[in-house]
Every structure is written in structure tokens, then in C-alpha cells.
Design a protein around this ligand. Structure first.
Ligand SMILES: Cc1cc2nc3c(=O)[nH]c(=O)nc-3n(C[C@H](O)[C@H](O)[C@H](O)COP(=O)(O)O)c2cc1C
Length: 197
């Protein structure tokens, strides 16, 4: 694939859902597109896939906890929030979406989302009734109002055996949508100082 994300520093947040395994392929495709990718996993994401898998495909250490004494000696979470040109959460669970909508910061990923001034993109994935629930839809409306961008979800057969909206978009489609978002981003990649002033 052409290096259409060349120079983009993407922080991929992986939250706890059955589609977390697809995020491994997503990292590969982001890197194929030229992006520099670092991965942060929630505690529950690690119940579905291991940090080692993401370390292998990203070529970087994976952060899994806010309470990493070595990384936090220099306020690593703030450094990571500054580093990212964009935070992409895929899959974004209903729980993580709810936390973001309400400004929770009780783990590394949600803390980073509050500490960043860079754009945030969510690729939700969940059971179709969780997706349709008024609580989830209200949380998404709140996040959209704040400028958070969404990719998907797709509609189709789900891991739970049901059919409907809530499937994680395919990694290839997520990268294609990210390319569009990056192109539409009014802020140049070199505008970090202004963003963090
Ligand atoms: C087998 C299994 C599959 C799950 N799949 C999903 C899912 O696809 N989407 C979702 O929002 N929650 C899913 N959940 C529930 C989340 O894992 C749960 O809400 C968790 O608290 C999410 O934590 P996190 O957002 O901090 O990662 C699943 C739970 C189990 C046990």
C-alpha cells in the first residue's frame, strides 16, 4: 500500500471486545501505510489478546497500565498524549465509549484521551443491542459534538450469533477512512507546538 499515512504518529487504543484480535491486522495495515504506531491496551482488552502480539506487529513496547513506575518516572502518559498526532480506538467498546463521554480517566487509555489535544477516532464494535441502546447512542452523540470521529460499525453477522449493526469495520476500511480524516484535518502534522501551547 502507498505510504498514505507517512509521518502520522498513531496511538492505537484497544479496548475489551471480541474484535480485539482484528486490531492486530489493523496495526500491520497502519504501518504498511507509513504510520508510526504505538499501542495502549485496556486491562480488559488483555483478556482477549496479549500485549506481546501487539508488540510484535508494532515493533514497540505496548503500554497496558497507568501505573508503570518506569514509564511514569517522566510522566509517560503525558508524553504519550503529546506524541500522538491522533488517537484511534479500535475496537471501541461500549464501556470505553461511556467512559470517554463522561470524562472518566481511570485507566491509561481514558487518561490519554483527556490529556490529548489531538483528534480522536473511534471504531466501535459491540453486540447490536448494546449499539442500539439509548445510553450508547447518547454517549456517541456527546462525543460527536466534541469532534470525536467515528468509523463504522458495520452491519452483519456477529460473534454472539446475532445479526445487525455493531461489527468492527474491516482493518482495510478503517485505514482508508483514517486517510480521509487525516486529509481533512485542518491542522498540519507539524502544528504540534500550537496544539500543546
Ligand atoms: C466474550 C466477551 C465478548 C465481549 N465483546 C464485547 C464487544 O464486542 N463489545 C463491547 O462493547 N463489549 C464486549 N464485552 C464486554 C466488555 O468486555 C466489558 O464491557 C468490559 O468492561 C470492557 O472494558 P474496557 O472498555 O475497559 O476495555 C464482551 C465481554 C465478553 C465476556
Amino acid at each position: 500500500m502507498a505510504a498514505v499515512l507517512q509521518g502520522q504518529k498513531l496511538l492505537l487504543g484497544v479496548s475489551g471486545g471480541i474484535a480485539a484480535y482484528k486490531a492486530i491486522e489493523l496495526v500491520r495495515r497502519m504501518r504498511d501505510a507509513g504510520a508510526d504506531v504505538r499501542v495502549v491496551m485496556t486491562g480488559n482488552a488483555q483478556r482477549f489478546v496479549t500485549p506481546l502480539s501487539f508488540q510484535a506487529v508494532s515493533g514497540q513496547l505496548v503500554r497496558t497500565s497507568l501505573w508503570d513506575e518506569a514509564a511514569e518516572a517522566a510522566m509517560g502518559h503525558i508524553e504519550l498524549a503529546r506524541w500522538a498526532d491522533r488517537i484511534v480506538i479500535a475496537p471501541a467498546s461500549a464501556d470505553t465509549i461511556a467512559k470517554l463521554a463522561h470524562g472518566f480517566a481511570d485507566d491509561l487509555l481514558t487518561t490519554l484521551c483527556l490529556a490529548t489535544t489531538s483528534p480522536i477516532t473511534l471504531a466501535p464494535a459491540m453486540n447490536n443491542r448494546m449499539w442500539a441502546h439509548p445510553a450508547t447512542q447518547a454517549n456517541l452523540a456527546t462525543l460527536r459534538e466534541r469532534g470525536v470521529q467515528l468509523i463504522g460499525p458495520d452491519e452483519g453477522a456477529q460473534a454472539c450469533g446475532e445479526f445487525g449493526p455493531g461489527r468492527l469495520s474491516e482493518p482495510e476500511a478503517i485505514v482508508a477512512a483514517l486517510v480521509m480524516q487525516v486529509r481533512q484535518d485542518v491542522r498540519p502534522p507539524t502544528g504540534r507546538d500550537e496544539r500543546h501551547a
